[in-house]
Design a protein around this ligand. Structure first.
Ligand SMILES: [Zn+2]
Length: 566
């Protein structure tokens, strides 16, 4: 998800631009106003603790399957139905923990019996969204299916609204979901954390028959229910993280295309408002270059069986798996920005949100604290797309244009288990960190093999940054841990300190960094003939140089560092 645009942002007019700029400014001010360390545990609310930690009633089970089956009634702004939840007990137990915001009523929760009968279950609502569900003692390995019935009026929450009943630009009813920030339990009952995903999922949505409904996965069938509503059935044949689960109810027209390569034929399905059809047919041509680029670097599009879709929405866009929402006005850049430069050469939403199919949807962070696994990588993917299309020089320029947006006031990784949201730096600093790591490796063949193998190794898994670091260390036979830690677990970036001695024609150098073991190699000196030095934090080293203070360069477009000369 793109995180810098507030939910009030709408798609037309200059207001968009100013609102989004305000959003960015407010975001960075908020970052500067806070301390540079993660919040101590004792300030985490009971609700956030219950939702954030992977407690015993979450850890005792493994999700297998969801069937979300709901009715969306725009006229009454009502959402009702059930989620069928199937899970395997990982240890003996009588209780699991689920989540649903308190604005919804829990109508009943039933246990499915092997003979097809159902039994009502007791449940208990606790702080925030927590719902404990109790059932007769289950042995380790038992597969349990429950049906969680709920109903109510969704309340807009967070930047993108969570679940929003709204109108499209022509005033027709529209409902979209976008809940990466607020969590999927703002609109449907589920195990609302990132660690455990169902292996497959079905989504059934009853919507007014005059409208079209689009969800994740492959369309199965629709049926007119005869009461003014039509039921739409979709099947997700891969694991899916809960915030990706989506529904879109609106006045959509559909067009399609296919993309064929060595991995097979991928269906491309597009759903837009009728008046936008021609613009969409022109703009969405870019999808094929995006697929070519990412498949080149990482391998096959992750969800071939389920296809690729773009669905028009009233906000800029989110990465809902195989059903990415799109609200970028069918223009290059991002909501009218930038006005010039490489960012105007492609449609940001197509390139950024689709990158999340690899990084975010296929590889998912196990905890929100490590969300840069989604956003830093998707940001870096933008520059890889630029590199694939226009070359390395433009890619390096592109990734460096974001420097001015970085606050460096809080670490990129926040406190695990607290549903914290990392700072906006997770995008740009994450991308610049990966660009820096490429320079540390200093061998593009090795770098691109590493990117490819990293994706292939962890695809369809949930991971933490420590898993990524272990993989990079093992495959490069280097200890990159201090470099990862310096950029991701501390707020400031490293400073290369240089002390010149003009008489001796020498320069002394060392790192000023928060990681004592930080010893990153870096290119310095004459930019046409770089020399690689490896400063450390603990002592000064000295090199000969014919260059004076002014002409001694540091490759700051290849390494995200500050330089202090004296
Ligand atoms: Zn994103």
């Amino acid at each position: 998800m793109r995180s810098s645009i507030p939910k009030a942002t709408r798609r037309h007019g200059t207001k968009l631009l100013s609102t989004s700029l305000v959003g960015l400014l407010v975001g960075s001010l908020a970052i500067h106003a806070q301390t540079t360390t993660a919040k101590p545990t004792n300030t985490v609310s009971e609700a956030d603790r219950l939702r954030g930690e992977y407690g015993p009633y979450r850890a005792n089970n493994d999700l297998l399957y969801y069937h979300l089956d709901v009715r969306v009634d725009p006229e009454h702004q009502m959402l009702s139905g059930k989620n069928t939840i199937r899970f395997k007990m990982l240890e003996p137990g009588t209780r699991i923990q689920l989540d649903l915001v308190p604005v919804f009523n829990i109508d009943k929760i039933l246990l499915d019996q092997p003979d097809g009968a159902t039994t009502p279950l007791k449940f208990e609502r606790a702080a925030g969204r927590t719902v404990y569900v109790d059932f007769p003692e289950q042995k380790k390995g038992n597969v349990v299916t429950i049906e969680f019935y709920y109903s109510g009026h969704p309340v807009e929450m967070g930047r993108f609204g969570g679940f929003v009943f709204t109108k499209d630009p022509m005033g027709r009813p529209l409902a979209n979901t976008a809940c990466e920030e607020e969590g999927a339990s703002v609109w449907w009952p589920n195990k609302d954390q990132w660690r455990d995903e169902p292996d497959t999922m079905d989504i059934s949505v009853e919507a007014p028959s005059t409208l079209v409904e689009v969800s994740n996965g492959r369309f199965q069938k629709k049926a007119d229910l005869g009461d003014g509503f039509t039921r739409w059935d979709w099947h997700v044949s891969y694991p899916i993280n809960n915030y990706d689960v989506s529904l879109n109810v609106g006045t959509y027209v559909h067009f399609d295309d296919t993309y064929t390569d060595q991995y097979g034929t991928l269906t491309l399905d597009y759903f837009v408002f009728p008046e936008d059809l021609d613009k969409a047919k022109h703009q969405f041509i870019q999808v094929k270059n995006m697929l070519k680029a990412y498949e080149h670097y990482f391998g096959e599009y992750p969800f071939y069986r389920d296809g690729y879709k773009l669905v028009e929405a009233m906000y800029s866009g989110v990465e809902n798996q195989t059903a990415i929402t799109y609200g970028n006005h069918f223009e290059n850049g991002y909501l009218g920005r930038p006005k010039t430069g490489i960012g105007t050469w492609f449609d940001f939403i197509i390139v950024h949100e689709s990158a999340h199919e690899w990084f975010g949807n296929s590889i998912t962070a196990r905890d929100r604290s490590d969300m840069w696994i989604h956003e830093g990588w998707a940001n870096y993917c933008e520059s890889l797309f630029v590199e694939y299309m226009w070359g390395k020089g433009d890619a390096i320029t592109y990734v460096n244009t974001t420097k001015r947006n970085i606050g460096n006031a809080k670490p990129v990784i926040c406190q695990e288990g607290t549903v914290c949201t990392p700072p906006v730096d997770q995008y740009y600093k994450g991308g610049l960190f990966l660009n820096t790591l490429r320079s540390v490796i200093d061998d593009d063949r090795e770098w691109f093999a590493l990117l490819h193998d990293y994706y292939q190794h962890f695809k369809y898994q949930t991971i933490m940054t420590t898993d990524m670091v272990a993989f990079f260390n093992q495959h490069t036979k280097r200890n990159l841990t201090p470099i990862f830690n310096e950029y991701l677990r501390h707020a400031p970036i490293p400073i290369l300190e240089l002390k010149f001695d003009p008489q001796a024609h020498t320069v002394a150098y060392r790192w000023k960094a928060d990681e004592a073991a930080f010893a990153m190699p870096i290119k310095v000196g004459d930019k046409d003939h770089w020399q690689i030095i490896t400063p450390v934090t603990t002592r000064w080293q000295t090199m000969k140089t014919p260059l004076d203070t002014e002409h001694f360069d540091v490759a700051t477009d290849l390494y995200y560092v500050n330089v202090s000369k004296s």
